[in-house]
Design a protein around this ligand. Structure first.
Ligand code: AKG
Ligand code: FE2
Length: 199
């Protein structure tokens, strides 16, 4: 595995464009699209319930409860395919993961807005392993918390792994913008360590 470091200050971003072979990424995309219990959840913005522009699901160990975008998540028990990925990512990164958030961007109209994965349950310097399957989408990063730097963009092809750790979530936000290009679905998995109710 070749994890190369992206040159951003106050961040630790490691990238492997070919973590999974193309054929395996394609097979996993089909399998997870079919097997995962996808939901379109709504978030409350200014008193209105707005459906998220993507489908999501949350799997993990029972204690990995999580609040994300103001939504409370109870993890579903691991699917074998997700367990297998978790083990490989733990071996490849040396980090531990007890849960995974899955996002399904059905086409270029689906997206994720600017945010940092800085919820208290993730701890001060979370390690997040982000695996992409399917259509290549542009991942954007912009500085926050007083950091002065130009924004940064990176294409995430099928089978690629982006590891975010260290101070990344403290000093940078990220987003997955819509695109007008006619493209197929993209499935993204972000493996995380979530401290349970006690942590
Ligand atoms: O789809 C992506 O690449 C980003 C997903 C993300 O930022 C998240 O799940 O928090
Ligand atoms: Fe994120």
């Amino acid at each position: 595995m070749i994890l190369s470091e992206l040159p951003l200050p106050q961040a630790e971003l490691l990238f492997d464009s070919t973590f999974l072979p193309a054929a395996e990424a394609e097979a996993l995309l089909a399998q997870l699209t079919a097997e995962v219990a996808w939901e379109q959840r709504s978030i409350r913005i200014f008193g209105q319930q707005i459906p998220q522009p993507r489908l999501t699901a949350w799997y993990g160990d029972a204690e990995a409860r999580y609040t994300y975008s103001g939504l409370a998540w109870e993890p579903r028990p691991w699917l074998p395919a997700l367990q297998g990925l978790r083990q490989r990512l733990e071996t490849a990164t040396g980090a531990r993961f007890n849960s995974v958030l899955l996002n399904l961007y059905r086409d270029g109209r689906d997206s994720m807005g600017w945010h940092a994965d800085d919820e208290p349950e993730l701890g001060p310097a979370p390690v997040i392993a982000s695996l992409s399957l399917g259509a290549t989408r542009r991942f954007r990063l912009r500085p926050h918390a007083g950091l002065a730097h130009a924004p940064f963009g990176l294409d995430l092809p099928s089978g690629s792994l982006l590891l975010m750790r260290g101070p990344t979530q403290q000093y940078w936000q990220h987003a997955l913008p819509k695109t007008a290009r006619p493209i197929g679905p993209r499935l993204n998995l972000t493996f995380r360590w979530v401290a349970g109710a006690v942590g």
